[in-house]
Design a protein around this ligand. Structure first.
Ligand code: PLP
Ligand code: COI
Length: 334
């Protein structure tokens, strides 16, 4: 078996899942081969961005079995996003069951263990049906597509260089904490600008004061301090990353590190010896430098993953691929 992944590009698998919400209830949902949708041109998802999504992965273990990582947490976050977008929620059971069915139907697209590639799972919900005025849609679609993927950022354990966006991805009490398309649409212009300048991506600062680090593109930010502590920012406009939550647990309970959740000022980075981006797609991508207002801050670990980041990375992927015992009921074997 060889991996069908092409970087992080979409590779169509055999089946995707679809369920319709009409007259106040969800239908049973089913698998289907075609990955296209026919919806009304006045759907709220098209005009007003009434939609949300999730991202998680299926991992092939050494023994050939397939497993999911923290799928219930994605289901819970999806509910939060749906509520914020005035969309009906999907029960945890329906979400988990739909993910399991979709992955199993596409089992041959889950890359082999040796490749360290994965099957990316993208559940999403959109508002559909005739609706011109600004109000929640009359109907909704909950769907799941999957694609085999390799790395999100080029370079594996090699450090990437980041810029800093002058723009915001979300407002102080806007939608930054939920996984909705509008945040990502707002982040495309700064991302493209950053790439034109030779950066892998850009950091977003807190939208109120533009002094504190919030997100790294589509991932959370973390650092390792000179004292060896795991540090990550906290704010109402940061997405509550499941990967970051897992790293905080691993740092504290497996590596015995102190975990600090506090502001990280963009012009005060000298206390960090290692920095990284973490998320489902990014996994852990080490950050070698951050360029802010023309000044390039280079971290001591600037070429390859620093020592502590490497330990975190190996523990995280060890658990995700089933090589290390699940410490906390995070794994669902299919
Ligand atoms: N922050 C943003 C803006 C993201 O899009 C993601 C990706 O999902 C993350 C953080 C990481 O979250 P998670 O670890 O749950 O994938
Ligand atoms: C994820 O990490 O799952 C994401 O949603 C990031 C996405 C932009 C690829």
């Amino acid at each position: 078996m060889i991996s069908k992944a092409k970087g992080f590009a979409y590779v169509k698998a055999d089946y995707n899942y679809i369920s319709y919400y009409k007259d106040g209830k969800w239908d049973e949902g089913h698998l289907r081969p075609e990955d296209t949708l026919t919806i009304s041109a006045t759907s709220t998802s098209l005009h007003y961005g009434q939609q949300c999504f999730e991202g998680l992965k299926a991992y092939r273990r050494k023994d050939g079995k397939i497993q999911l990582f923290r799928v219930e947490d994605n289901a819970r976050r999806f509910q939060t996003s749906c509520e914020r977008m005035m969309m009906p929620t999907v029960s945890i059971e329906k979400f988990v069951d739909a993910v399991k069915k979709t992955v199993l139907a596409n089992a041959e697209f889950v890359p082999p263990y040796e490749s360290k590639h994965t099957l990316y799972i993208r559940p999403f919900m959109i508002g559909v049906g005739d609706n011109l005025g600004l109000r929640p849609a009359p109907e909704f679609i909950f769907s799941i597509i999957v694609s085999p993927v390799a790395t999100y950022f080029d370079g594996d354990a090699k450090c990437v260089n980041m810029g800093v966006s002058d723009y915001d991805r979300a407002a102080p009490y806007g939608t930054g904490a939920v996984k909705v398309g509008g945040n990502y649409a707002a982040s495309m212009y700064p991302q493209v600008e950053a790439r034109k300048q030779g950066f892998a991506d850009c950091l977003f600062l807190d939208p109120k004061t533009h002094t504190r680090i919030e997100e790294v593109g589509a991932a959370n930010f973390f650092g390792i301090t000179k004292d060896g502590d795991y540090i990550t920012p906290k704010s109402p406009s940061i997405l509550n990353s499941i990967t970051n939550r897992s790293l905080k647990y691993i740092a504290q309970h497996i590596l015995g590190l102190k975990v600090i959740e506090e502001d990280i000022y963009i012009d005060q980075l000298d206390h960090l010896v290692e920095a990284g981006a973490c998320g489902t797609a990014a996994i852990i991508t080490p950050i070698g430098s951050i360029t802010y207002k023309g000044h390039k801050h280079v971290f001591p670990a600037s070429k390859v993953m620093g020592e502590t980041t490497k330990k975190l990375y190996e523990l995280l992927i060890g658990i995700q691929f089933g090589d290390i015992k699940d410490p906390n009921d995070w794994i669902t074997v299919l």
